[in-house]
Write a protein that binds this ligand. Structure first.
Ligand SMILES: [Zn+2]
Length: 88
């Protein structure tokens, strides 16, 4: 029998998203990591969840437009705004 803490797989999977978010209490993180070291099943779930979150978060982190294009656009908008105001 593997040495298990009182953390069950179910409890662990419950706090998995908090763990990935970094919102989990340090104590629980340690417990969770200890369990992950022993439990292949939970490791697979963690990796899958992480990968899913990565996929979901990537578009949020990267703007639709490349940095230089966005900068040019902003400059242009500011300039237009400036010119419009000045002409009034
Ligand atoms: Zn487990």
């Amino acid at each position: 029998m593997t040495e298990h803490t009182h953390t069950t797989c179910e409890e662990l999977l419950d706090s998995l998203s908090a763990y990935i978010d970094g919102a989990l209490a340090p104590e629980l993180c340690r417990e969770l990591e200890k369990h992950l070291a022993e439990c292949n099943n939970c490791r697979v779930v963690l990796n899958t969840t992480k990968r899913t979150i990565d996929l979901v978060q990537t578009p949020l982190e990267k703007p639709d437009l490349p940095e230089d294009v966005r900068e040019r656009l902003f400059k242009r908008l500011n300039l237009d705004d400036y010119l419009t105001r000045k002409s009034k």
